[in-house]
Each structure stands twice: as C-alpha cells, then as structure tokens.
Write a protein that binds this ligand. Structure first.
Ligand SMILES: CC(=O)SCCNC(=O)CCNC(=O)[C@H](O)C(C)(C)COP(=O)(O)OP(=O)(O)OC[C@H]1O[C@@H](n2cnc3c(N)ncnc32)[C@H](O)[C@@H]1OP(=O)(O)O
Length: 565
C-alpha cells in the first residue's frame, strides 16, 4: 500500500508512521513525503508464519556445498582472469542477469567424482534477459580451461533439447578449449556426445534465436557453436575461435601463430565473416545482445516485438541532397537509412565484412525491419561474393524470424573479373537470389539510384514478388549502365567514325538515348515499378506500406526443401 504524508513531516516521522502501519498490514508500505515521486521510506512486506523453524543443519550443509561449487576452479586460474580482462563465469552471469538466473540445472555435475570439477565447468539454466525468458549455457574457464566432457556435454544437450521444446531464445556464453582431450571416452563419438551439439544447433536453427558471445579461445568442438548460432559477438582482445589451437597448427603445418592472429575478432569480423559484431568489453557485449534481441521474436511463427515509434534521427527531406545525380559518384547509404528509420534503431551487423552491402536491423514507426542496402561508398556498391553470401544469410535469418525486409538498391550489379569468378561469384550470387526468392515475409524494394544487371534481381526487384517496387526520381533500371551498354553494342560502329569529336558526340548521344530507356519514369509508365516517390516522402511511404502488409501470409510451392545452400 502507498501512504502519502503531506509536506512538513520529517523523514523520522514518516518512518514511525510506516512502522506503525506495518504492524497492521502484511503488504509492503511505501511512504511518500510531500510531493515526492519516489518513496522515501519503504517498509518491506512482513509475512508471519505459523511456526518459526529455521534452516536445519542439513540445509546448511547443502548451502555450503553450493557455495563450494559456485567458487569454481582453482584460485590460480581465477587470478589470471582480470589480466585477460575477463570476468569469472558467475560474475558474468550476474552481469547478464542482475537478479540471478531463474534456475540452474546440473550444478552438482561431477560433485561426487574423484576430480570434483565444479559443475563440470559448464553452467546451464534459464533466466530473464531484457524482459524475455531465455535458456543459457556458460563455460567456466577456471575448470580445465572450459573444456567439455561427460556431464557438461549432457547438460549442454539437455538445455538445447529443452529449448527445442519451449521455443525460447538460447544464449551461449562460450569460453572453452573444446573437447576435454584426456576424457574423450564417454562423450566424443557417442550418440549423446559432443557431436550431438551441432545436430541440436541444426534442429534449433530457425526454430528459436540462438545468440552466442565468445569470451575466450574457443577451439575445435567449441568453435562450431558460434558459427551455428544465428548471431555471434566477439570481444576485442579476449575472444578467438579456430578449428585447431596454435599448438596443433604448429604440429600440423609448422606455422607459428598466436590465438588472436589465428582467429581473433578482426579475423572473423573482416575476413571469415563469422562474427556479426565485435564488442569492446564484456559489458558492451551484453549491451549489443540486449539491442539485437529487440528485433527478434521468441520463436518461429511469432512476430518480433514492436517498439515505440520514433521520428528518424535526420530529416527525410535531406534524402535528395544525399543521393548524387551522377550515377558514379559515391555517397554513404547510411545517410539515407538514418533519414528513413526510427531514431536510435539502426543496428548494423557484419559492418566490416562484405561492406558493399549493408545488413542491418532497424524499426520503421516502431515495426522491426531487416535492411539490405547497397553501399556506393564501398567498391561502388558492386556486389562481390562475400557480400552476396552475407546478404543471403541475413535474408534467411530475417525471414525465419518474421522480420519484414527492406531493400535499398543502388548497385552496378554483381562484380565481374577473374578474381570474383575464382571466389565463386555465380555460386554466392545464386544464394542471395535464392534467399530473396524464397523469403515469404513482406518485402519492399526501393530503387534509390542504379539498379543494373542482376543486381535488381538480388535486391528483390519486380520479378521477386516484392509487395512493391518503388523508386526515387534518381532511379535507373537497366540490363547495364549506359557506358557499358553503348560499348557493348556500338563499339565497332563508333570505331568506324574517324573524326574524334564526331565520335565522342555520337557516343554521348547513344548514351543519352539509352539513359532515357532505363529512366524510372519510363519504367513507371510501363508499370514495371509501382510508384515514383518524392524523396522527402520515402519514410512515410514505407511506414504505410509496411503497416498495410503486416501479417501477410505467403506460401511457397509444396516441396520438402530447396536444394540451394
Ligand atoms: C573435438 C575437440 O574439441 S578437441 C579439443 C581441441 N582443443 C585443444 O586442442 C585446446 C588445448 N588447450 C589449449 O591449447 C590451451 O589450454 C588454451 C590455449 C585453450 C588455454 O591456454 P591457458 O589459458 O594457458 O590454459 P592451460 O593450457 O594452462 O590449461 C589450463 C588447464 O586446462 C587443461 N586443459 C586445457 N585444454 C584442455 C582440453 N581441451 N582438454 C583437457 N584439458 C585441457 C590443462 O591441461 C590445464 O589443466 P591443469 O590445471 O590440470 O594443469
């Protein structure tokens, strides 16, 4: 109950009144003095029991055992953690779940064994995280470097199997040297052994979001969890993952390399693309995940939560000035995005990998959207193999978790040349086109400027069943750009013109004719696209279109699954 005491009463008087009241009521008493918005005295609820038996010796003993387990591994390993900038695993859980986990499972694992490894070096349970119920696992690096064996493996598997049933998100807080090599019998090749992790990861994939934060050197068996997870965060200077340890690499190849160079955050954020985000420290890692989870539902079939609508950070009126009219001039697509999406909602993933495509979550009028946008500031927005694969994965994940898609197209198309052929541009481009084709969430395609070649296919152009294809007046949609088209078709005829000036004039004329052919006004006139939108109205247009198609259900042809991976 609340008690309001008028201005003039002192805090002592207020306390006395609260205490007197508390003798007569069992509920909490909160006392507000004067116009206070916060209570100055809080009387905890007091419940009187019929008997007053305290904890027994037996219970006391159990509590001591729990304390022993919760102290973790040997002190010498705990002392090393601060040097590495790392938290002890139970302090890490306090950071993630300030009120403690809702419950833990298997705390007594290996308690009765000869080694008595606390919790077998692996904690599992459930918790509330940002008002969501989640399953979690966390390695204790002070116990055999977080290596995983028998009972720890069983706990991990049981947690995943429970997540499969409950359909609640899973947090993997990984810090593990992989399989416990000296205890491999009993967990390595067993049906319910470490190999089953990846079977369960595969079953969970697309069923409930799996989010992994890497804290340590995650090696071999431990390194597949981050790549199976839907989203992975690495921590600067702390985390690394690799298929084999530096010691193993030295033995196999003779290469001398340390863990950071082998698989530190820069390697996976810039080269392999396995890290979605890199955090500065443990606190920052938690913060990133707390933002990320706001764009995701608990499980497949549910919609992601709506946020509070906010105006964009920058004025939508500036869009036309941001996008240059010259088709080959660079600009930062993020400047357009920030004028379209709600303030503080733009959340980019894999920013340093395949950067010619931006993949980001954001909200438009409170509704989560997944954005796939070409970045003209990087490689002129041409799509390279890594970017195509990054976009394909992002589209798949967004579709699996019911996040509608917004494509912002400004690309000269897929990159050409022997380098990209070797890097499988056709194979990886196919994945992006396949992901776009098979996504059944609402899709909106905006032609911001260039949409050349198969770029317009990958970016969900008219043939890809978008709910609409709209364009800014700067848009151009063509099989290729004017320079390339004239060069391809008229080169011989142009070379026949001896006079250089005359040749240049004819070339300019042909380019202009071609440009008229690919102008969005012609495309709109032929209703290839649905609308040309004044740039200042783009946000409003998207608010209306996403709102209208909310809840849209689309079916794919009846089949087991596609064959593109
Ligand atoms: C399928 C698979 O996953 S196979 C597993 C492949 N994993 C590996 O090869 C990793 C082997 N481990 C290492 O390279 C190193 O331990 C690192 C880099 C992970 C960590 O190095 P450090 O922080 O210096 O820890 P350190 O090597 O001192 O190990 C601490 C303790 O954990 C033990 N340990 C570390 N990794 C393992 C492991 N995978 N299996 C069994 N015990 C291990 C060490 O023997 C040591 O035990 P002790 O306290 O009884 O002496």
């Amino acid at each position: 109950m609340d008690v309001r005491i008028s201005a003039g009463a002192s805090e002592e008087e207020a306390s006395a009144i609260a205490a007197a009241l508390a003798e007569h009521v069992e509920s909490e008493v909160e006392v507000y003095v004067g116009d206070d918005e916060e209570p100055t005295v809080v009387q905890e609820a007091s419940v009187e029991y019929e008997d007053d038996l305290g904890p027994t010796e037996r219970e006391q003993l159990l509590r001591e055992e729990i304390e022993e387990i919760e102290r973790g591994g040997p002190e010498k390993y705990k002392e090393r953690l601060p040097e590495q900038g790392k938290l002890f695993v139970r302090d890490r859980l306090d950071l993630w779940f300030p009120d403690g986990p809702l419950f833990e499972d298997g705390k007594f694992a290996e308690f009765d064994s000869e080694d008595r490894l606390p919790a077998d070096g692996l904690l599992t349970g459930a918790a509330e995280f940002e008002d969501r119920e989640v399953h979690f696992m966390a390695n204790d690096f002070t116990v055999k470097a977080g290596s995983m064996a028998g009972k720890g493996v069983e706990k991990f598997l049981r947690m995943q199997q429970r997540a499969l049933k409950s359909g609640k998100p899973v947090l993997y807080l990984m810090d593990s040297s992989g399989g416990r090599i000296d205890q491999q019998r009993g967990f390595f090749a067993n049906r319910e052994g470490i190999g089953k992790y990846y079977y369960n990861h595969s079953m969970l994939s697309g069923r409930a979001p799996q989010i992994c934060v890497l804290y340590g050197p995650c090696i071999a068996g431990a390194a597949y969890t981050p790549v199976f997870a839907d989203f992975t965060v690495m921590v600067e200077g702390m985390s690394a993952m690799a298929i084999a340890s530096p010691r193993m690499v030295r033995m196999v190849t003779g290469e001398e390399i340390d863990m950071q160079e082998l698989g530190g955050p820069r390697i996976h954020a810039e080269h392999s693309g396995s890290a979605d985000l890199v955090a500065r420290d443990e606190e920052h890692a938690r913060k990133l995940v707390s933002q990320l989870i706001t764009y995701l539902p608990d499980k497949a079939g549910e919609k992601p939560p709506q946020g509070e609508p906010k105006p964009p950070k920058r004025s939508p009126e500036g869009i036309d000035s941001v996008v240059p009219s010259e088709p080959n001039r660079g600009y930062d697509m993020a400047d357009v995005i920030e004028r379209v999406v709600d303030r503080d909602s733009y959340f980019e993933l894999k920013p340093d990998y395949g950067s010619e495509i931006i993949t980001a979550y954001a909200r438009i009028d409170g509704r989560p959207v997944g954005i796939i946008a070409n970045q003209p500031n990087h490689r002129a927005g041409a799509i390279f193999p890594d970017a195509a694969e990054k976009a394909a994965e992002f589209i798949w994940k967004s579709d699996a978790y019911e996040v509608p898609l917004l494509y912002l197209c400004d690309t000269p198309g897929f990159m050409a040349g022997s380098g990209v052929e070797k890097d499988a541009i056709l194979e990886k481009g196919k994945k992006m086109i396949y992901a776009t084709s098979s996504a059944t969430v609402p899709k909106q395609c905006v032609v911001v400027r260039k949409a050349y070649g198969a770029g317009i296919y990958a970016m969900s152009g008219p043939a890809y069943d978008p709910e609409s294809t709209i364009a800014l007046p700067s848009g151009e949609i063509g099989i290729m750009g004017p320079e390339a088209a004239v060069n391809a078709v008229y080169r011989n005829k142009l070379d026949d013109i001896n006079d250089a000036e005359e040749r240049a004039a004819r070339e300019a004329e042909l380019r202009e004719e071609y440009r008229e052919d690919i102008d969005v006004h012609r495309m709109a006139s032929e209703v290839v696209i649905d609308e040309i939108v004044p740039p200042s109205d783009l946000r409003e247009e998207l608010v209306n279109r996403f709102a209208f198609y909310e809840g849209l259900e689309k079916d794919l042809p009846d089949k087991k699954h596609g064959t593109v991976l």
